[in-house]
Design a protein around this ligand. Structure first.
Ligand code: NAD
Length: 271
């Protein structure tokens, strides 16, 4: 069902790698809802992924940018403004990567060079995107920036490793920058805390199937799909949520506020 919620709006979507990516679904929904978009990803991901198929479907351009590189981000915002002939209305930050997770480093034996990279890619990149956008005055008033996060920012999921620290920082940047950008330009910034989702980044976490199934069994509504996450992003990009900013919004079928479910209890009562 389409509601034309983003008719006349323009946005940049970071992080569509393949059709499983949450950003891929957000791009499709934004296009269906009438938005004009630009897709971006790290140059290496552009070579490996299938983003051009998505660009064709959404009738849009792809601009490579490493989200940790200020010159890349400046180029991205400048080119977007040329293509659109003006400012943008929304940004999706759907970026995460931990070399420590990739190399199976335990949380108590982290490689600190890798740790820096995890933070730079998964959290500081949000600050860089916002700072570059604000300096170039690239986002319209009442524009909306959404970044994706996970509940390991608040509670321990041991195998989520240094990504938990990165997500805590990401949520903090959304709050702090949300204050400053809100005051200066009425731009709003929120994070969506999504259920475990079967994607390249998600499945890279050790024991992923275990906590996917656990969360599904705990959540009264079950795990939220990436399609449902895309729907939620669209509402935050739309004018219907103009007064929502600096929030971490759980999109998890009720997982975050469930102490225990009957199904999980039953597992422990099994003989
Ligand atoms: N999959 C899950 O279970 C889950 C749950 C909650 C939140 N999230 C978050 O959702 C977001 C999207 O992840 P996903 O699950 O769709 O996986 P994904 O692997 O499809 O997306 C991650 C993206 O980050 C991009 N990226 C990595 N380094 C980059 C860089 N230097 N510059 C620009 N882009 C870079 C990758 O190319 C990729 O497109 C991430 O922030 C992730 O942490 C995922």
């Amino acid at each position: 069902m389409n509601y034309n919620l983003l008719e006349g709006k323009k946005g940049i979507i970071f992080g569509a790698l393949d059709p499983n990516s949450i950003a891929w679904k957000v791009a499709q929904r934004a296009h269906q809802e009438g938005a004009k978009i630009i897709l971006t990803n790290a140059p290496i991901a552009l070579r490996m992924g299938t983003i051009n198929e998505l660009a064709k479907e959404c009738n849009c351009e792809v601009i490579g940018a490493d989200a940790t590189s200020i010159p890349d981000l400046e180029n991205l915002f400048n080119k977007s403004s040329e293509i659109f002939g003006g400012k943008i209305d929304f940004v999706l930050h759907s970026i995460g990567m931990s070399p420590n997770v990739r190399k199976n480093k335990h949380y108590t034996s982290l490689d600190y060079e890798y740790y820096h990279k995890t933070i730079d890619i998964s959290s500081m990149s949000l600050h860089k995107v916002l700072q570059v956008a604000q300096k170039l005055d690239a986002i319209n008033e009442w524009g909306s920036v959404v970044a994706l996060t996970y509940i390991a920012a608040q509670r321990v999921f041991p195998d989520y490793n240094d990504m938990a620290d990165a997500k805590s920082m990401l949520e903090s940047i959304a709050r702090s920058y949300g204050y400053h950008y809100g005051k200066a330009k009425k731009v709003r910034i929120n994070t969506i805390s999504q259920s475990p989702t079967k994607t390249t980044a998600g499945s890279g976490v050790k024991g992923f199937d275990g906590f996917f199934n656990y969360a599904d069994m705990m959540s009264p509504l079950g795990n939220a799909s990436s399609e449902a996450c895309a729907d939620y992003c669209i509402t935050l990009f739309s004018d219907l949520t103009r007064m929502v900013t600096m929030q971490n919004l759980f999109h998890d079928g009720g997982f975050s506020f469930t102490g225990v479910s009957q199904e999980v209890m039953d597992k422990f009562l099994e003989q």
